[in-house]
Design a binder for this molecule. Structure first.
Ligand code: TRP
Ligand code: SF4
Length: 329
């Protein structure tokens, strides 16, 4: 039954194991949201195809890893509905119908579309499916009549398009869809061990649920303020990835302690990193234990996702009945 709590939808493309950038950029927020909203979180496996139709063999495995990480990070399948986009065919039906009312110009003018077409040269992107990415994303969201969509800043233009398409539908066929708002994740900044944005493709990431030992190895080897060459040189925490992690993991008093003592060379980077690991290590171990417990019970994650998918299907089917009625189909 539809409930009175706000409806949240968000998805992630299945790319395999998640890292601390995913955790603090999105997932931690998803976990919080499940307390006061009805949350639908899904694997956007069709979206993965829009940029790599030729690499389908890894998708299912990556998806399983991703769901394990969702749960290890604290998504509770009893509270949130976990599902797979491609298993709820209504996404495709609504995508097709929305395609009929979406002007090409809206899609061609989309900033992320233009940027990717200009900058990505090693992959074929002159594809209908790639142009339609935001239409599929719109279907994902409004199919559940979501009003709140937690996304990163890079997705905000897609959300704007989503609202425009929903508005156009409502204008043409009658009010079916609410206009969803982005919930901008106060993106805790996470940089990788080399000081660049944390990304699997840079090989600079710390994975969610890595052992304390392996986390420590990466942290101890990580780049800090590049201007701080010697122990006696004062540093600038604002350009240091370790400091960003302190802001996420450490108590305010410890963050203040780092901030001050870095600037005055009161501590060295080794002290600073050890302090971080006091919190980061156990946190990683906690997630590692949850991952292991899940992995030790084969079929359990699949079953939870299966149940979520059934629930998503029921909700999607209700909306599509309204859509077909509104469109006189
Ligand atoms: N485009 C999103 C991303 O790359 C993933 C996504 C697909 C999504 N459909 C969505 C996010 C619907 C929120 C709502 O991160
Ligand atoms: Fe970074 Fe800490 Fe070293 Fe300062 S002391 S540069 S915050 S690791």
């Amino acid at each position: 039954m539809p409930s009175a709590r706000p409806l949240v939808v968000s998805g992630m493309r299945p790319t395999g194991r998640l890292h601390l950038g995913h955790l603090h950029g999105a997932l931690a927020n998803w976990v919080k949201l499940q307390e006061e909203n009805d949350c639908y979180y899904f694997s956007a496996d069709w979206h993965a195809l829009t940029t790599s139709y030729d690499r389908t063999e890894d998708i299912k495995k990556a998806e399983r890893e991703m769901f394990v990480d969702f749960i290890a990070a604290g998504i509770d399948p009893q509270k949130s509905t976990l599902f797979v986009q491609s298993q709820v065919k209504e996404h495709a039906e609504l995508y097709l119908l929305l395609g009929m009312i979406t002007p090409l110009g809206w899609l061609e003018r989309s900033p992320s579309y233009k940027e990717m077409r200009e900058n990505i040269t090693d992959r074929e992107l002159a594809l209908y499916g790639f142009l339609g990415y935001p239409v599929l994303m719109t279907a994902d969201i409004i199919l559940y009549k979501a009003t709140r969509v937690p996304v990163g800043a890079d997705q905000v233009s897609h959300l704007e398009l989503c609202r425009e398409i929903a508005r156009r539908f409502n204008f043409q066929y009658g009010n079916v869809f609410p206009e969803p708002q982005p919930l901008l994740t106060e993106a805790a900044k996470v940089v990788g061990t080399d000081g660049r944005k944390m990304s699997k493709s840079y090989g600079n990431s710390i994975e969610l649920g890595e052992s304390a030992e392996s986390t420590a190895k990466k942290v101890m080897g990580a780049v800090t303020d590049p201007a701080r060459k010697l122990r006696k040189d004062p540093g600038n925490p604002d350009v240091c990835g370790i400091f960003y992690l302190h802001k996420i993991y450490s108590a305010p008093a410890d963050v203040a302690w780092v901030d001050q003592n870095c600037r005055t060379a009161g501590i060295g980077c080794v002290d600073c990193k050890k302090k971080l690991l006091e919190k980061l290590g156990p946190d990683q171990e906690r997630m590692r234990a949850r991952r292991e417990a899940l992995l030790a019970r084969p079929g359990e994650v699949e079953e939870l996702v299966q149940l979520g998918t059934q629930k998503a299907r029921a909700a999607a089917a209700r909306t599509m009945e309204e859509v077909r009625a509104a469109m006189k189909l």
